[in-house]
Design a protein around this ligand. Structure first.
Ligand code: HEM
Length: 395
């Protein structure tokens, strides 16, 4: 459920209930949270400092991301997120080359053509709702193409991901039930696609998975389902949210926007800095496999833990002048893509989508701002901007 003045709740990636002011400006709370170090909440512990978050993410034997850590409507561990080492590395060895920079670079032309097409639809109107005009269709279309799926399924995919990440439910129990039902639909959808590709191979990722081997053994249909399910959840909402947050920031900061327009070579660094500052995936979940001491506190075995990437990303112990958004920041070791063995598989793809979108937007659209009288609506959980009405002057 979501409304501008009230609260937002979501099941799946975690349960949240926060107001719009907090959702729009979460950064203001992190210094106080880091001061406390470890926050023992009722049903989970939050780790807030950069050093401690890094430690937790680099010790998956102590902080596991298995199915006890996160429930997103799935019935088997998602691959590779919910697989702990040592098995995890086998899957990453298979998947990493597919998302390596040299593979992703090949997509840049198609991504640029798509962004151009999207901007063409609204540029002359002097206004757009950025979320529905660019931030949603861009990553969804790229994803469907990579997986070799029909573009007509875009709405279905949006319903799938929203049914898990932000189920339209009255309470958490209903939300969980809806996520589970949506999960079943996702399995059924991909099962059908996998069986079609076994009959008629194509040039796409799913066909690639069917032919792939790990230690001389083919992936099973279940393995391919567990990878595809995760891709759907990991690759769509995150880019939508990151683009929305970045453009909302730029709309509110005309000087930063002008800097990108006059010197587009700043854009790659701006993408990193906006990912650091906004951290659209604010927290990632783990479960303690044993009792562990961290930042002077004991975290008991079996405890759920949130590694608060957003807070780590504004920790002055790691980042000089952390509250300043600096497109020329050097050595920006932000954690927006996580860290350790589960660091984001799709980071290069996400970066290309964000860079190209910001390049084309600032090359073609003049100074833009949020439509006067309107307020962007931020979402909880994965931090996106579900309503971002922009205006600019037309010639
Ligand atoms: C700006 C956009 C993105 C952000 C901010 C982001 C963020 C993250 C984060 C924080 C993690 C770590 C999760 C954890 O350790 O619990 C992660 C993992 C992952 N991401 Fe992304 N992601 C983005 C885009 C993508 C895209 C486009 C894909 C495409 C498939 C993708 C696929 C994955 C996968 C498969 C994992 C799990 C890796 C593993 O467990 O080894 N992500 N992402």
């Amino acid at each position: 459920m979501s409304d501008a003045e009230g609260t937002q709740e979501m099941a799946g990636f975690g349960q949240f209930s926060i107001d719009q002011e907090t959702a729009a400006n979460p950064q203001q709370f992190y210094p106080m949270m880091r001061e406390m170090g470890i926050l023992p909440m009722e049903d989970m512990t939050i780790i807030t400092r950069h050093e401690d978050v890094m430690w937790a993410l680099r010790h998956p034997e102590v902080f596991s991301s298995n199915m006890d850590a996160i429930d997103i409507g799935n019935v088997r561990p998602l691959i590779p997120l919910q697989i702990d080492p040592p098995d995890h590395v086998k899957f990453r060895r298979l998947l990493d080359p597919l998302f390596a920079p040299r593979e992703i670079e090949k997509l840049e032309g198609a991504v640029r053509a798509l962004v151009t097409e999207l901007i063409d639809t609204f540029i002359d109107q002097g206004t757009c709702e950025f979320n529905s005009a660019v931030a949603i269709p861009l990553p969804c279309t790229v994803f469907l193409r990579l997986m070799g799926l029909p573009l007509e399924d875009l709405d279905l995919f949006l319903r799938f991901k929203d049914g898990i990440i932000r189920p339209p439910a009255a309470d958490l129990a209903e939300g969980r039930a809806l996520a589970r039902a949506t999960g079943q639909e996702i399995y059924a959808y991909f099962e059908q696609v996998i069986s079609e590709r076994r009959e008629r191979p194509q040039d796409d990722l799913i066909t690639g998975f069917i032919g792939a081997e790990i230690d001389g053994e083919r992936l099973t249909t279940e393995d391919i389902l567990d990878i595809s399910y995760l891709f759907l959840l990991a690759g769509l909402d995150t880019v939508t949210a990151s683009l929305g947050c970045a453009v909302a920031y730029l709309a509110a900061h005309p000087d930063r926007q002008a800097a990108l327009r006059s010197d587009p070579s700043l854009i790659p660094a701006a993408v990193e800095e906006l990912l650091r500052w906004e951290t659209p995936v604010p927290g990632i979940l783990r479960v303690a496999t044993e009792a562990v001491e961290l930042a002077g506190a004991t975290i008991p075995a079996g405890r759920s833990v949130t590694c608060l990437l957003a807070s780590a990303n504004t920790d002055g112990a790691e980042f000089a002048d952390p509250e300043t958004v600096d497109f020329e920041r050097s050595g920006n070791r932000h954690l927006a893509f996580g860290a350790g063995v589960h660091r984001c598989l799709g980071s290069h793809l996400a970066r290309v989508e964000m860079r190209v979108a910001l390049e084309e937007l600032h090359r073609r659209v003049p100074q833009y701002e949020v439509q006067p009288g309107e307020t962007p609506i931020f979402t909880a959980g994965i931090r996106g901007v579900e309503y971002l009405p922009l205006v600019w002057e037309t010639a």
